[in-house]
Ligand binder design. Structure first.
Ligand code: ZN
Length: 479
């Protein structure tokens, strides 16, 4: 417990740049294969995962676009259903053009937006995800940490977060020469050993196949990455640094894929649309991305994803009238695609023509299972000063949004504006807990506690939650 706490604390130090405290300490590197007397329990791993995620959210720009996250989580859940032992997963995206994916402790699996915009097929993205998911189910990080001497746990925990982000260490710890050296050595000793990589490839391929994907997508993506560049210092190749692709690894992967019955490559419309969406939202210059999609469109590429990307690029270039026309046509031709309805509403909202509420109201009835539409509808209701309706919509979709911070913050606003203040503070606290900002969560719960003076049972429950969160905070800060 103590060692994990130190690790968590140093993870925070690292991301806040307080490395001087750690450089004073001896940094002993763990060695794989050395018998370990330390074990990391699943609950300790969960706590380390929270600290890891907090470091990630402080060091990076999390990509919170709801349709993209919804898609990633659906794909991740599809894959994780075919894993054993069962594990809880939390999938997230980082807005970063470099190609990277990482599995932190506690089931946190992240991908960079650059991976989505680079993958040519959904199966390639699924292959990388299946590999990362396997790192989690096989507890590779925890096993790597088990092999560390207890005194090295703090540095292990601190470095895991920075290392997995690939290339972020330099900026995060400019003064930490020892840490930088430790990290580069640890890269080969913790979870990225050949044995673990091989296991993640082998089991990951089975997961990929059982989830309905073409297993040859895995070697294909590896070899494309290898051909693209062999320069490990190229910042766009972050994944190569943590997951080196060797000829041997590609060959192993190809041989393994031969044992599976062949599966025709499937074109997934949703993947192509999300790829276009992410490409536009994360584009370095909005003019270039507009030009790129317009050219494809003018050259007769009537592929729905090209038209969708063009429409999105038009929104981002303040050409809403054209965008609305494109999305209206797409909605007519593909009435079963909820993303077209959502983007029609996005264009209408950007055009300030006050018709998005009507679009969203009809669309969310048609697609009750498409979360991003429900959230957009609830948000639009708030903007149109209909907080009670917004609250009702949100409460209907609580189940699928337990771990969605934006959902809880939106619900809090709807509750606050309908004078349900205790509930509003509690929902806001829940949002901050998901964001791993425990201090702000406690502040919100204290407000709720004060207001609940005449509701003893509720007050007691809130009080217990505050105590639990304070214990968590103390573990991190007492060191
Ligand atoms: Zn790996």
């Amino acid at each position: 417990m103590l060692a994990v706490s130190k690790a968590a604390f140093l993870t925070l130090c690292l991301c806040m740049g307080l490395v001087t405290t750690t450089t004073k300490a001896e940094v002993n590197l763990p060695e794989m294969g050395v018998p370990s007397h330390t074990t990391i329990s699943p609950s300790d791993e969960k706590r380390l995962g929270r600290a890891f995620m907090r470091a990630v959210s402080m060091q990076t720009h999390l990509f919170n676009d709801q349709p993209s996250l919804f898609y990633l989580q659906k794909l991740g859940n599809q894959l994780s259903q075919h894993t054993s032992p069962k594990h809880d997963f939390f999938f997230f995206m980082v807005q970063d053009p470099s190609i990277n994916a990482f599995a932190g402790p506690g089931g946190y699996v992240g991908i960079n937006t650059g991976l989505v915009t680079t993958a040519e097929q959904e199966a390639e993205l699924a292959a990388v995800l299946a590999h990362e998911i396997t790192h989690v189910t096989q507890r590779h990080i925890a096993r790597g940490i088990e092999h560390a001497n207890e005194s090295t746990w703090p540095s292990v925990g601190a470095i895991v977060a920075a290392l997995l982000l690939g290339g972020k260490l330099d900026t995060a710890v400019t003064s930490g020469a020892i840490l930088t050296a430790a990290a580069s050595k640890m890269q080969h000793t913790i979870n990225y050993t050949r044995r673990f990589e091989c296991e993640a490839d082998r089991i990951g391929m089975r997961v990929l196949f059982e989830s309905g994907f073409d297993p040859t997508a895995m070697p294909r993506f590896f070899s494309r990455m290898q051909h693209r560049t062999l320069d490990f210092n190229d910042p766009s190749m972050a994944l190569l640094r943590t997951h080196p692709v060797t000829e041997e690894r590609i060959a192993d992967s190809q041989n393994r894929a031969r044992f599976y019955p062949s599966k025709p490559a499937q074109i997934n419309d949703e993947f192509s649309l999300i790829k276009a969406r992410v490409t536009v939202i994360t584009a370095a210059t909005r003019h270039d991305v507009l030009r790129q999609f317009r050219q494809q469109w003018l050259h007769g590429n009537q592929n729905p994803a090209v038209r969708y990307g063009y429409g999105m690029a038009l929104i981002h270039n303040h050409q809403q009238v054209k965008a609305i026309a494109i999305f209206q046509n797409l909605c007519k031709e593909f009435p079963s695609q909820p993303l077209f309805k959502l983007s029609l509403a996005e264009a209408q909202q950007a055009a300030h023509i006050n018709s998005e509420l009507k679009t969203l109201e009809a669309a969310q009835k048609q697609f009750p299972d498409y979360n991003p539409l429900q959230l957009a509808y609830a948000e639009s209701l708030l903007e149109h000063d209909k907080p009670e309706q917004s609250r009702q919509v949100l409460l209907n979709f609580e189940e699928g949004n337990k771990f969605n911070a934006q959902y809880h913050l939106l619900l809090s606003e709807a509750q606050g504006r309908t004078n349900r203040l205790i509930e509003a503070y509690q929902s806001r606290a829940q949002g901050f807990i998901i964001l791993n900002d425990l201090e702000r969560a406690v502040m919100q719960l204290e407000q709720a506690y004060n207001l609940a003076a005449h509701k003893p049972r509720l007050r007691h429950k809130i009080g217990e939650k505050i105590k639990q969160l304070r214990r968590e905070i103390a573990i991190i800060s007492e060191l």
